[in-house]
Design a protein around this ligand. Structure first.
Ligand SMILES: O=C(O)CCC(=O)C(=O)O
Ligand SMILES: [Fe+2]
Length: 276
């Protein structure tokens, strides 16, 4: 069986992107992208596929590395110290767990979906910004993000132009993907508006449903976003599929150390866990 069988090909004709149905779908996704910087593609994965992804996530979760603490909205190197009352100096709690690409077995349906050339071609078509490459980082190319009760991801801007996520399982309560679309742009940081979101004004927040099976293509560089605190026993599982418009891009050792707890990737996905 091919991982393509997990995709609802009737709704999302990935194998024939020139068909009228595919052109209409891509046009609609591009329209969503232009409007809110996010294209939501519900039902991308068929119900049987979701079941397979949930079982896979359950078997992968023990490979997740936890990280947490207090983090800023503006990620990456700080060019100067900002006071804590400035949005750049504002730190917020976060706690997440990440399974890196290097420990995801070849048999994993999540890995197989990521590695389908048809999926890359489809994302490339929707984004319309030239050829796309799989992110070349051995840990960061594909992640399973696992979140449990009390976990959350602080308000932040991404350092990449876009991310593609695949909703696998949602929490019983919370764990929402909250977005303030295009709150800033290259010319205007709009710090006052950012500060008011931090202070609890959620009037401009849009919550994207992330129903299991949804593929979400999201531009996070200028849209402030977070994952709200989770409640309840059910884990939240999301696949994070990374691409770049340039080949051979990798992440810093520093980022690998905090996110995955290792700077050197496994050469092959370990057969068993923990690795003895
Ligand atoms: O878990 C998610 O849905 C999104 C995570 C996110 O915003 C990120 O990894 O930058
Ligand atoms: Fe993000």
């Amino acid at each position: 069986m091919s991982a393509l069988d997990l995709v609802d090909l009737e709704r999302y004709p990935l194998t024939d992107l020139t068909s009228a149905a595919a052109r209409a779908l891509v046009a609609d996704a591009r329209r969503q992208m232009a409007e809110i910087g996010a294209a939501e593609l519900p039902g991308f994965i068929r119900p049987e596929g979701i079941q397979a992804l949930v079982a896979d996530a359950e078997s992968l979760r023990e490979r997740a590395h936890p990280s947490g603490g207090r983090g800023p909205a503006y990620l990456g190197p700080m060019d100067q110290d900002y006071p804590s009352d400035h949005p750049r100096g504002h730190l917020m709690p976060y706690a997440v767990k990440a399974v890196g690409y290097d420990v995801i077995p070849y048999s994993s349906p999540l890995r197989q979906i990521y590695e389908l050339p048809e999926v890359t071609a489809f994302v490339e078509d929707v984004l319309d910004r030239g050829p796309l490459f799989h992110y070349a980082d051995p840990c960061g190319a594909l992640n399973l993000a696992v979140m449990s009760e009390g976990d959350e991801l602080q308000w932040h801007f991404d350092q990449t132009d876009f991310v593609v996520s695949l909703a696998i399982q949602s929490a019983l309560e919370g764990g929402d993907f909250d977005v303030v679309p295009r709150i800033r742009d290259a010319e205007n940081e709009n710090y006052d508006a950012v500060a008011s979101v931090f202070a609890g004004d959620h009037s401009s927040v849009v919550t994207l449903p992330m129903t299991p099976g949804t593929l979400l293509i999201f531009e996070g560089r200028n849209s402030l976003h977070r994952v709200s605190p989770l409640r309840g026993e059910r884990l939240r599982h999301v696949g994070l599929l990374a691409y770049d418009t340039k080949p051979d891009t990798v992440s810093s050792e520093n980022l690998r150390a905090t996110r995955y707890g290792r700077t050197t990737a496994f050469a092959e996905p370990p057969a068993t866990w923990p690795v003895s």
